[in-house]
Design a protein around this ligand. Sequence first.
Ligand SMILES: [Zn+2]
Ligand SMILES: [Zn+2]
Length: 240
Amino acid sequence: MKLFCDLHLHSCLSPCGDEENTVGNLVGMAKLNGLDAIALTDHNTAGNCRSAWTIGRQMDLVVVPGMELTTAEDIHVVCLFPDPDAAEAFGAEVRKNWTEIPNRPDIFGRQILLDERDEPAGEEPLLLTVATAIPAERALPLAMSFGGTAFPAHVDKEANSMAAVLGSVPKEYGFAAVELSKGAGRAAEDFYLCEGYKVVRSSDAHYLWQLSEADFALELPERSAAAIVKYFLPEGRENP
Ligand SMILES: [Zn+2]
Ligand SMILES: [Zn+2]
C-alpha cells in the first residue's frame, strides 16, 4: 500500500520549533494535508514522541517516534523507531552523550514538553541543538541496536549535512537512504550523493505551514511505524 509521509518534523520541544507545533497540531495538520504517516524528529530528544504516538492513534495517523541526532561532527541524522519505548530508550542513551549547556529560552527559544492531552508538561532545561559525543559512523548501528534505523538528513544542504561536512555519505557507514530537503529539485535525485541510496523527501518543518502535502509516498506492506523503520534498514538486515 501507498503511504504519504513526512518523516522529519519538529515540535515545540525543539528550541527552533514554533510554539504552535504541538504534537496535536502536527497530527491535525498532517491529516489536513492528506498524509498517512509522520515522524516526530526533535533535536537530540524523543521527549514528545509518546504524546505524538498517542494522539496519532486517536486520530488514525501513523506516527513514527524519532529524533534528529546531532553527531559529534555537527551532522544531522534522522533516527526512526517502531514505537515510543524504543525511541525513549535510544533517547536515554543519547542523553548520556549530550554536551550539557543550559538553554537560554530568550535567545534559542523554549523547549516545551507535552503530555498525552497535548498540554504543556514542562520544559527541557538543557539546550537540545548542541552536538552530541556520538560520531556519525555510530549513528546507524546505535539506532539499530534500539530497534530503529537512521539516515543522513538534508544532504543537499550546506548546514549540518553529512555531504557538506564530510564531502560525501561514506558507504561504510551503512545507511540505506539519504534525505533530501523539500526545496531540492527533482534533479537532485540524480545527484551523485544519492547514488545507490533510497531517497526520502521530508519537510523538516519547524512551523505548521511548512508540513508537506501528500507528495512523497512509500510503498509498504502495512500501515505502521515498524514497516517504515524496516523500509530504511540496510539491505538484508532486520532488527531484533
Ligand atoms: Zn537538520
Ligand atoms: Zn530538522
